[in-house]
Design a protein around this ligand. Structure first.
Ligand SMILES: NC(=O)c1ccc[n+]([C@@H]2O[C@H](COP(=O)([O-])OP(=O)(O)OC[C@H]3O[C@@H](n4cnc5c(N)ncnc54)[C@H](O)[C@@H]3O)[C@@H](O)[C@H]2O)c1
Length: 348
């Protein structure tokens, strides 16, 4: 009979069920606000982090990615996929889990579901950027693509940027009906639209959040007027974009980590010298954000490892004093650290 694991063997694990309980306990708007501030705080420590384009394994159907980073004290990675054809099979386009560890011992600190956490951190990142770049007094957002991420995006823009109206459009009207239903009690005015053109009418922020493994044209140049902030979420892989390249010619583009976005973002359509600003530079004051009210600002979002690192550390902090986790026995801990085999032998 194997002896019970020692206390050192246990790592907190946040299941999907516990993540949902946690969000309800603290309230989704507060969680999004706190997460936005946590990500912003880490963006202000940008130079401390290890940074590399994520490791992507492409297939005909989609992509599986590993997203690691470290600030020298903690190390994090996320496993995430992107399979646009999954929803037709009853599966999520994006599913994820992740881990946070100590750098000094290499021992894990936290293992968690990250499908919900990714939706929250992506929305928080979009809102962090929009609160600096969107035209002053933005109140209306168009939301093109009404899938899994959509409501999170709308609620974050309400809580952090002050959006009051969201105008929904999806090629699948059922997705729009689902999002409208879910946002009914959110405090947002929700308008379901029949075309993307109708959705962007009167909007100061346009969020594109579609999933298609193609060079799609969700927005064409003639659709985008002056004084707009575009929050482009869905173009995040080689060969997977949402905006016509002429829009990029008129826009000021802001990115997360330039070497990764050159490969994966909307700007993959442009020459290598197309100018972009890494958003952390706006926060630190090294670069300008929006400089005039007629400007088109574009957040060419692909999702970067530091945002997941921030989300994992934020989550670990939130677990203190709660029961929103289980202890998982995932680290073998023999009495004598060199007697791993003996531990196995004695368990017979
Ligand atoms: N930038 C980031 O950090 C980040 C994070 C998470 C997801 N994503 C990306 O965001 C996208 C959306 O993710 P999701 O989980 O909501 O996917 P999803 O499959 O749940 O939803 C996508 C929606 O887009 C709609 N759509 C497809 N083509 C369209 C078109 N031409 N016009 C209007 N609607 C269209 C689909 O009908 C679907 O409802 C994906 O491409 C995903 O890879 C990016």
């Amino acid at each position: 009979m194997a002896p019970p694991p020692s206390p050192l063997a246990y790592i907190p694990f946040v299941s999907v069920e516990n993540m949902m309980r946690l969000v309800h306990r603290f309230g989704i708007e507060d969680v999004l606000r706190e997460l936005t501030d946590a990500i912003e705080a880490d963006y202000l420590r940008w130079s401390l982090f290890e940074k590399a384009p994520r490791l992507a394994s492409h297939s005909q159907e989609g992509v599986i990615e590993l997203m690691p980073t470290s600030d020298g004290e903690a190390y994090a990675f996320k496993y995430v996929n992107g399979h646009p054809s999954n929803t037709a099979k009853g599966l999520q386009t994006v599913a994820a889990f992740g881990l946070l560890a100590r750098v000094d011992t290499g021992y894990p600190l936290l293992l968690t579901e990250m499908t919900l956490l990714t939706a929250l951190r992506t929305a928080a990142t979009s809102a962090m950027v929009a609160r600096r770049l969107a035209p002053a007094g933005s109140r209306v957002m168009a939301m093109i693509g009404n899938g899994a991420q959509a409501e999170f995006q709308a609620i974050a823009m309400k809580a952090i940027v002050g959006i009051e109206e969201v105008r929904l459009y999806d090629i699948d009207p059922e997705a729009t009906r689902k999002a409208a239903r879910n946002l009914a009690g959110s405090g947002l005015k929700v308008v379901a639209c029949e075309t993307s053109q109708e959705a962007i009418e009167g909007a100061q922020i346009i969020t594109t959040c579609t999933a298609d493994k193609a060079y799609a044209t969700i927005l064409s140049d003639n659709m985008v007027g002056a004084g707009i902030h575009i929050n482009a979420i869905g173009g995040d892989c080689p060969g997977k974009t949402e905006l016509h390249k002429d829009i990029l010619g008129r826009a000021s583009a802001f990115v997360e980590f330039e070497p990764q976005t050159r490969i994966e973002g909307e700007i993959q359509q442009m020459e290598a010298d197309y100018p972009v600003t890494e958003f952390w530079q706006v926060l630190s004051g090294e670069a300008q954000g929006r400089t005039d009210e007629r400007q088109i600002t574009l957040f060419d979002s692909v999702g970067f490892a530091i945002e997941d690192f921030s989300a994992l550390r934020y989550l670990l902090g939130k677990l203190d004093g709660t029961d929103f986790f289980q202890q998982l026995d995932i680290i073998a801990d023999p009495d004598d650290p060199r007697d791993l085999f003996g531990m196995l032998q004695r368990a017979a």
